[in-house]
Design a protein around this ligand. Structure first.
Ligand code: CU
Length: 221
């Protein structure tokens, strides 16, 4: 009994392992849990390891450890987005945050792949060949947590097959900052799609359409 109590305390103390991971496109640097509440998860400056990212058929994939979370995606078109202002409209201080994807909520935990057709946003500078940076903003009970990815947009780029294959929704146990989640592989698309359908851009009809697009892309390979 005492051991269990101590183990629980230890888990709480060492916690902070979970938060969320941005698994595609890859973030600016290795995951540092304690820095995830900071701008770009602790990586202030733009990197040279840009991901070539589909302008119109892109998506992002995260693993989220806590239930009941919300997320949005900011985008910056300035050369070195190194402050939150860089992710405002026009990169200007005092301007509104420049959202590539509106806030949406999800109850479940696990692996989520969310369409991100940046070309549909209509944001100036979000065009073929542009260097941009996205910042995932996620809140799931322990404050706002950030991850950034530096991208080069391409209208012709075909997302690598392994990433397309990994673009699935798989629910998992809430980790409560404890061990790695035990996956319920395959339960995904059905289980998550209802709530995930809240992840919708104003311009497109939402995740259902987005997932259908991914499915078509897979079928076309
Ligand atoms: Cu956390």
């Amino acid at each position: 009994m005492l051991f269990n109590a101590l183990a629980a305390v230890t888990l709480l103390a060492t916690g902070a392992q979970a938060h969320y991971r941005l698994n595609y496109p890859l973030p600016r640097g290795p995951f540092v849990s304690n820095l995830q509440p900071n701008f770009c998860g602790g990586y202030d400056d733009v990197t040279t390891n840009r991901t070539t990212f589909s302008l119109n058929d892109g998506f992002f994939r995260i693993r989220q450890g806590h239930a009941d979370w919300s997320a949005s995606v900011l985008i910056s078109t300035v050369p070195n987005p190194n402050t939150f202002d860089s992710f405002n409209t026009g990169g200007a201080a005092g301007a509104a945050p420049q959202l590539a994807r509106e806030w949406a909520t999800e109850a479940l935990t696990g692996n989520f792949c969310i369409p991100l057709p940046l070309g549909d946003t209509g944001i100036p500078g979000v065009v073929d060949g542009a260097n941009v940076t996205i910042q995932i903003v996620l809140t799931g009970g322990d404050g706002q947590l950030y991850q950034c990815a530096d991208l080069t947009l391409s209208a012709t780029h075909v997302t690598p097959a392994d990433e397309v294959a990994a673009c699935q929704n798989q629910t998992a146990e809430d980790t409560h900052h404890a061990a790695a989640p035990s996956e319920t592989a395959g339960a995904g698309n059905g289980a998550g799609s209802g709530a995930l359908s809240q992840f919708s851009l104003p311009i497109v009809s939402g995740l259902v359409a987005g997932l259908a697009g991914v499915g078509l892309a897979i079928a076309g390979l």
